[in-house]
Design a protein around this ligand. Structure first.
Ligand SMILES: Cc1ncc(COP(=O)(O)O)c(C=O)c1O
Length: 397
C-alpha cells in the first residue's frame, strides 16, 4: 500500500478546495436548482468562430503550433492591441512574431507562466482581496507569499491601498478589472495611479483583463483609438509593452471557456521567459481552436454585453434595497453583502439559499472574509428573476 501522506507534495496538500466543493456537493442534490454560481457565459460560441475551428480540424491543422502561437492569431491580437491600446507591436516580425506576445492555454496558462517566470521562493505578489481563487495559489505553487490588499467595500485596488504593502520582496501587483467576484471596473485614474506607483517602486503591474469586452458603457472611458469608449486599462495608460504585463482571454467573452485560450503581452524579456516555460509544460495552445478564435474580433458582442448590462441592472434593482452592492461595471458577477441584521456568515447564508434551491458562492471562497456572496447573472432572465426574488426574501427575513 502506498504511503500517500509521504508521497503527496506539500504544495498540493496546502491547497484547500473545500469551500466551493461544499456548495457544489450541496447543489448536486437539488432536482431543479436556480444556478447563479456559473462562471461562464450562457450564449453559444459565435458562428464564425465555430466554423473556423471546424474548418481547421477538417483541414488537418491538428498538430503542434510554435510555442508562441500561430502567426495568424498573433497578428490579429497584435493589431487589436495596437488599435485599442496604442501599443506598437510588430505585426510581421519573423520567424515567431513579435517577442512581446504569446498565446497560452487559457488565461490561467498566462497567469501560471508569468508567476513561474517571476516568483522565487520568498518573493511577494500583491493581489486584491477579494480575489479570483487562483491568485493566492499562484504564490503557493511557486513558494512565494500572496500579500492581500483589502479592497472592501468598493473593491478598488488603488495606489493608496497598495503602496503600504510594497516591500523589497514585491515582484508584481496583480490588478483584475472587470473583477471576479464583483464585476467592479477600475477607473482610468485608478489605473494611472497604480501604474505610476509600480513604475516608481520598480515592480511589475500585471493586468488580468479576461472580461475586457464585457465592460458596460457606463464604466467605459473615452479613448483616441477607432473603438471609442473602452475599458480603462493600465496597458493603455502605459502606451507601450514596456512595463505592464497584459493578460486576456477568449473563453469568457466568446463563450469558449473549454477551448483554453488566452494571451499575454508585455516586456519581451518576460514573455520570452514565459515562452521557454510554455515549451516545457503546455507546449502550445490547442491548434485548431487558435484558428477559431482568430475570427473573434470580427464578431459583434455588443448585443450580449447590452443583455448582461440589463441583467446587472435587474440585480441592483432587486437586491439594492436589501443590502449593499458595489456597482458592477462589467463581467457577469455581483458581490452583495450578507445583511448584518441576519447575524450569520456567508457560508450559512448560502446554505439557506440552497434550501431554497438557489446556488450562489460564499465570499470565503474569494476572500479572507466570509461576509459577501457571489451571484453570477450569466443565466436566463426567468431563472435570474426567480433567484433574485428568493435572495431578496432571505435577506429581509
Ligand atoms: C479573473 C479571472 N482570471 C482568470 C481566469 C481563468 O480563465 P481561463 O478559463 O481563461 O483560464 C478566470 C476564470 O474564471 C477569472 O475569473
Amino acid at each position: 500500500m502506498l504511503d500517500f501522506d509521504r508521497l503527496i507534495a506539500e504544495r498540493a496538500r496546502s491547497i484547500d478546495a473545500s469551500g466551493i466543493r461544499r456548495v457544489f456537493d450541496l447543489g448536486a442534490k437539488l432536482a431543479d436548482p436556480i444556478n447563479l454560481s456559473i462562471g461562464q457565459p450562457d450564449f453559444p460560441v459565435p458562428e464564425p468562430i465555430k466554423r473556423a475551428a471546424l474548418q481547421a480540424i477538417e483541414d488537418d491543422r491538428n498538430g503542434y503550433t510554435v510555442t508562441q502561437g500561430l502567426p495568424v492569431l498573433r497578428e490579429t491580437v497584435a493589431k487589436r492591441l495596437s488599435d485599442e491600446l496604442g501599443w506598437s507591436l510588430d505585426l510581421g516580425a519573423k520567424p515567431t512574431g513579435d517577442p512581446r506576445l504569446i498565446i497560452t492555454s487559457g488565461t490561467s496558462g498566462s497567469l501560471l507562466l508569468a508567476s513561474m517566470a517571476l516568483l522565487n521562493p520568498g518573493d511577494e505578489m500583491i493581489i486584491p482581496d477579494p480575489y479570483f481563487p487562483m491568485y493566492p495559489q499562484l504564490a503557493r505553487l511557486t513558494g512565494a507569499t500572496p500579500v492581500l490588499c483589502d479592497t472592501y467595500p468598493d473593491f478598488r485596488l488603488t495606489a493608496e491601498r497598495v503602496e503600504p504593502l510594497i516591500t523589497d520582496r514585491t515582484k508584481f501587483v496583480l490588478l483584475n478589472s472587470p473583477g471576479n467576484p464583483h464585476g467592479v471596473v477600475a477607473t482610468g485614474k485608478d489605473c494611472r495611479e497604480l501604474l505610476e506607483l509600480c513604475r516608481d517602486k520598480g515592480v511589475l503591474l500585471i493586468s488580468d483583463e479576461i472580461y475586457d469586452e464585457f465592460c458596460f458603457d457606463d464604466a467605459r472611458e473615452p479613448t483616441d483609438g477607432p473603438f471609442g469608449p473602452m475599458l480603462p486599462s493600465p496597458a493603455r495608460e502605459a502606451g507601450s509593452a514596456e512595463d505592464v504585463l497584459l493578460i486576456r482571454g477568449f473563453g469568457k467573452t466568446y463563450a469558449c471557456t473549454g477551448w483554453r485560450l488566452g494571451y499575454a503581452a508585455g516586456p519581451a524579456r518576460i514573455i520570452e521567459e514565459m515562452a521557454k516555460l510554455q515549451q516545457y509544460t503546455f507546449v502550445c495552445a490547442p491548434a485548431p481552436l487558435q484558428l477559431g478564435v482568430a475570427e473573434a474580433f470580427g464578431c459583434d458582442m455588443d448585443p450580449h454585453v447590452a443583455e448582461y448590462k440589463g441583467r446587472r441592472d435587474l440585480v441592483l434593482d432587486r437586491l439594492g434595497q436589501a443590502t449593499d452592492i458595489a456597482k458592477p461595471g462589467g463581467a457577469f458577477y455581483a458581490f452583495p453583502q450578507v445583511p448584518d441584521h441576519l447575524g450569520i456568515s456567508a457560508q450559512e447564508f448560502v446554505e439557506r439559499c440552497i434550501e431554497r434551491s438557489v446556488l450562489v458562492i460564499p465570499g470565503g471562497v474569494f476572500s479572507t472574509r466570509d461576509t459577501h456572496f457571489r451571484i453570477s447573472y450569466a443565466t436566463d432572465r426567468r431563472s435570474l428573476e426567480r433567484g433574485l426574488d428568493a435572495l431578496a426574501e432571505l435577506m429581509s427575513a
